[in-house]
Structures are given as structure tokens and as C-alpha cells.
Design a protein around this ligand. Structure first.
Ligand SMILES: NC(=O)c1ccc[n+]([C@@H]2O[C@H](COP(=O)([O-])OP(=O)(O)OC[C@H]3O[C@@H](n4cnc5c(N)ncnc54)[C@H](OP(=O)(O)O)[C@@H]3O)[C@@H](O)[C@H]2O)c1
Length: 332
């Protein structure tokens, strides 16, 4: 708590943005849609409020999450908390009418700003666009949007190490959003040293492997047909890495139990899985998706935990190398 009675989570610098953000953020895809039954508006707002009360200052969304619903919910939340300071990252590039031209990028940014109720967007990320687009005019367009005062910072959400290194070496992006969790460890050696050297803010997404790394799923768990954990379980609609971090569900259930045995099952696996991510100083913030206040409060708990021991890190590394890396799917 600070002197105003508000809880504060440890802050980390978000690369060259100059902002310090809570090391545990909030991923707002699930409150928008594509995760089974629609999250009720009040529940979604309560999840955002609970996260903020627990010290979360960083929120990640996108124009396409629930076709604008996620951004609108965050806009509503920001209006309620108008005296407080938050950092909202959004994304563009995956809506049907997107094109990487200045006119479309400006129109898209204006629509996001309107839904969020802000004059300038804190951070806009390209939403997993191919290298062919990232080699083009998008960065110049972002720079123009920044000069026009519509965005404050820009970066990219990427799928692969190749794309991430391309962005660091060839563009003016200041943040990278990457899939990083106990099931996806390749970035530790192949990206983080370069990112740190170049002061790039790393935003760690899918940290719970779409819920697998909470240890709550059994082999027979059924996901609704409108949940990406059903319709994209094997990468049928988009990169397999975005669902269960690219691990086949059945294997993931067993691997989560093995990870839980390694970290110690006296602590909830979700907290240890998030703690594992925070133990890498290259990470600026981790953005677990929460669908309700209970999940939101559980997800900030990792911040109060001590780092995992070197022995635990070593064992999780072994588990990854021997049993996970050989079966992982999706561009990575
Ligand atoms: N291409 C991109 O740029 C991209 C792609 C994916 C994600 N993201 C961003 O990254 C964020 C996080 O990733 P994600 O939401 O895909 O996956 P995630 O954080 O690994 O998993 C989120 C899901 O796990 C379950 N969960 C969360 N906290 C829990 C807890 N404490 N206990 C039990 N279950 C819990 C919830 O689903 P159930 O309760 O239904 O199980 C929740 O929807 C997204 O919200 C989004 O902001 C970006």
C-alpha cells in the first residue's frame, strides 16, 4: 500500500517507452470474447477493478477482441477511475478491413481511442502481422501517428524469434509482445539477451498456456465450440502457439502436473507459473488473462512470492528440453 491506501505492485520499466508499469498486467482478450460463454459486463468490469485495486497498472487489449468489446470495457473502467494513472496497450492489424496504409492505420487508431475514451493511445502493437508487412511502411506510419499526437508509443506482437529480432534490428519499435511461459522457453537464450541490450520492453503473453498452467484441467475437459481452446486446439484457425502455447492439450495436462510437482504443490500452479516468468529480468510485464475478480486477484499473487530457486529453474528447463520442445507446434 502507498500513503493513499492504494496497493502497489512492483513496477518495471517498459523499454524505451519511459513508463514504469506493474510487473503483473491484465490480458483483456478473454473478457472480450472467443473464450466460450460471454463474460458478463459487470463481471468483466469487476475483474478490471479488482486487478487495479490489487495494483495492476498495465492492461493489454486489441481492436478485434470481441470486435471492440474488450476496448470498450476498458474505456468504461478508465472513465470510472479517471483520477488514476494506467497504461493501456492495444493492437491493430487483424480486423478484416485492415491495410498497412496511413489512412487505415489512422482510422483504426482513432476508433480504438474512441472506444478507450482517450485522446492518445499509450501503446499500439502490430497484431502478429507477417514479415512482408513489417518490412513495409507500417513503422513510418506509426511515426506519423506519433507526431500527430494520436499514439504515444508503438511496438509489435510477434509469433517467432525471427520476427522479434527483425523488429529489434530494423525498426523503431519500443516493445515486443511474445508468447512466454514454462512451455515456451526458447526466448530465454534466443531473444532476451538482444532485447535487453536494446532496451526493448518485453510483454509476456499466454503466460498460463490458456489455463493449462493452472493445473485445473483433466484429460476429459470439454471446451465450448466458440472457445478457441476448442476451435483452435491444433492451430486450425490461427497459430497453434496462441492456444495452449502450442502444446497438444492431452500432453499439456500431464506436463502441467509434472511442472506442479517440480515447483511444489503447496502453492497454486498459476502463481508459480507467473513467478517463473517474473524471474526473468528481460520481462517488463506479464499479462495473464482473467475472466473474473477471483482469477484477477489470484494472478497478482506471484508478485509477492520470492523467486523460484535455481534448482527449480534447472528442473523446469530440463522438463522443457526433454518433454516439451519436441512436441511444441506453431511458428516459434
Ligand atoms: N496475438 C496476440 O497478440 C495475443 C494472443 C494471445 C493473447 N494475447 C494477450 O495475452 C493475454 C493473456 O493470454 P491469454 O489470455 O490468451 O492466455 P492465458 O493468460 O495463458 O490464459 C487465460 C485463461 O486462463 C484461465 N485463467 C486465468 N487466470 C486463472 C486463474 N487464476 N485460475 C484459473 N484459471 C485462470 C481463464 O480461462 P478459463 O477460466 O475459461 O479457463 C483465462 O481466460 C490475452 O488476454 C491478450 O491480452 C495476445
Amino acid at each position: 500500500m502507498n500513503t493513499t491506501g492504494k496497493t502497489i505492485l512492483p513496477l518495471r520499466e517498459l523499454g524505451k517507452t519511459g513508463a514504469s508499469v506493474s510487473e503483473i498486467g491484465f490480458g483483456a482478450w478473454a473478457i472480450g470474447g472467443s473464450w466460450g460463454e460471454t463474460v458478463e459486463e459487470n463481471t468483466a468490469l469487476d475483474a478490471l477493478r479488482t486487478a487495479a485495486d490489487a495494483g495492476t497498472t498495465f492492461f493489454d487489449t486489441a481492436d478485434v477482441y470481441g470486435d471492440g468489446r474488450s476496448e470498450s470495457l476498458i474505456g468504461e473502467f478508465l472513465r470510472e477511475r479517471s483520477g488514476e494513472s494506467f497504461f493501456v496497450a492495444t493492437k491493430m492489424g487483424r480486423s478484416g478491413d485492415f491495410a498497412p496504409t496511413y489512412e487505415v492505420m489512422e482510422r483504426t487508431a482513432l476508433a480504438s481511442a474512441k472506444r478507450l475514451g482517450v485522446e492518445a493511445l499509450d501503446l499500439v502493437q502490430l497484431h502478429c502481422l507477417p514479415l512482408s508487412v513489417m518490412r513495409g511502411e507500417v513503422w513510418d506510419n506509426f511515426e506519423r501517428l506519433k507526431s500527430a499526437g494520436l499514439i504515444k508509443n508503438y511496438g509489435a506482437s510477434v509469433e517467432s524469434v525471427e520476427e522479434a529480432l527483425f523488429c529489434i534490428e530494423n525498426t523503431s519499435c519500443v516493445t515486443l509482445q511474445v508468447i512466454f511461459n514454462i512451455f515456451r522457453q526458447k526466448l530465454v537464450d534466443e531473444l532476451f539477451p538482444t532485447a535487453q541490450k536494446n532496451n526493448i520492453g518485453i510483454i509476456a503473453r499466454v503466460p498460463l498456456a490458456s489455463g493449462l498452467l493452472t493445473g485445473k484441467f483433466g484429460h476429459n475437459h470439454h471446451f465450448d465450440s466458440n472457445d478457441h481452446r476448442n476451435f483452435n486446439a491444433n492451430g486450425e484457425s490461427f497459430n497453434a502457439g496462441e492456444t495452449f502455447a502450442g502444446v497438444p492439450f492431452e500432453s499439456g495436462v500431464d506436463l502441467a502436473q509434472k511442472a506442479h510437482a517440480i515447483v511444489g504443490d503447496s502453492t497454486p500452479l498459476a502463481a508459480s507459473a507467473l513467478r517463473w516468468i517474473l524471474d526473468f529480468p528481460a520481462v517488463s510485464t506479464v499479462i495473464p488473462g482473467a475472466k473474473n475478480p477471483k482469477q484477477a486477484i489470484q494472478n497478482v499473487q506471484a508478485s509477492a512470492m520470492p523467486p523460484l530457486s535455481p534448482e527449480v529453474h534447472e528442473k523446469l528447463r530440463d522438463l522443457y528440453q526433454t518433454e516439451i520442445a519436441p512436441i511444441i507446434r506453431g511458428v516459434y
